[in-house]
Ligand binder design. Structure first.
Ligand code: BTN
Length: 255
């Protein structure tokens, strides 16, 4: 990729025509000592994976299906911060390349006009409670048309080209993603999570709104106050209590 403006993110690229999942290959590379910033990208995934054991539809030649290895020297509890950081980087890259407004739905879905355009999945490798690597998986729907999506996604998913009515240059978008990711990561390593948290909240859809969070332990409704340092969603329920939401599907309630 000519025009890559980074020091280490995306400096080593493993490109494939087709893979089951870039996540798996990146994990193996990380275990074998791949350097920080190593990027695995595939034109197609036959077994793309999403959060909560869901499938991630990754048809050939249409999207960005990539996994990036980073090796931050941070306490393991802070790892979720990198997922939020990545969501901010992806928003910045997409907005830079398309001029469309993108918002984040907690924890890390990127939406355009209420439909999902990008998902992020981070996985961690640790030894004796020390992070060895974090594999950041990013899927961006770029040049799909509606018919490229399975029927059941038609009302909830979109692509960049469907939103702008134009074909988007995938190479430029990957470069921009690497650029913003590295910039935010450097900010994070020197200044900590606070500046990233503020940016994340500025893009977040649900903050200050009445939402419903469906977790494995039950359903909670309330006002989304924001996130804490760990990226946990803080929900104020009608009895005035603050619920910590660690993992859930959230929905913004109709007015
Ligand atoms: C989600 O929204 O549930 C997360 C989707 C993550 C998809 C990306 S595409 C590249 C990487 N490889 C995978 O199999 N999944 C991630």
């Amino acid at each position: 990729y000519l025009g890559l403006q980074t020091k280490y993110i995306g400096k080593t690229i493993h490109f494939y025509e087709s893979l089951p999942s870039t996540q798996q290959v990146a994990k193996e590379l990380a275990l074998n000592g791949a350097t920080e910033g190593t990027l695995v990208i595939s034109d197609e995934q036959t077994l793309g994976r999403g959060r909560l054991a869901r499938a991630w539809h990754s048809p050939k030649g249409t999207g960005i299906w990539t996994s990036i290895i980073i090796r931050p020297k941070i306490p393991i509890q802070q790892a979720p911060q990198l997922t939020l950081l990545t969501a901010v980087a992806a928003v910045q890259a997409i907005e830079e390349q398309t001029d469309i407004d993108v918002s984040i739905k907690w924890p890390n879905d990127l939406l355009i006009n209420g439909k999902k355009v990008c998902g992020i999945l981070t996985e961690l490798q640790a030894e004796e409670n020390q992070i060895q690597s974090i594999i950041i998986g990013i899927g961006i729907n770029v040049n799909q048309q509606l018919t490229d999506f399975p029927e059941e996604l038609h009302s909830i998913a979109t692509s960049l080209s469907m939103e702008v009515n134009d074909k988007i240059n995938r190479a430029k978008l990957v470069q921009s993603l690497c650029f913003h990711l590295e910039k935010l990561y450097e900010t994070y390593l020197t200044l900590g999570f606070q500046p990233i948290k503020l940016l994340w909240e500025s893009y977040a859809l649900s903050i200050g709104k009445q939402i419903t969070a469906r977790t494995l332990n039950g359903t909670y409704s309330g006002i989304a106050l924001g996130i804490n340092e760990q990226g946990v969603l803080l929900l104020e329920t009608s009895d005035g209590k603050i619920q910590h939401i660690y993992s859930a599907d959230i929905e913004i309630d109709a007015l």
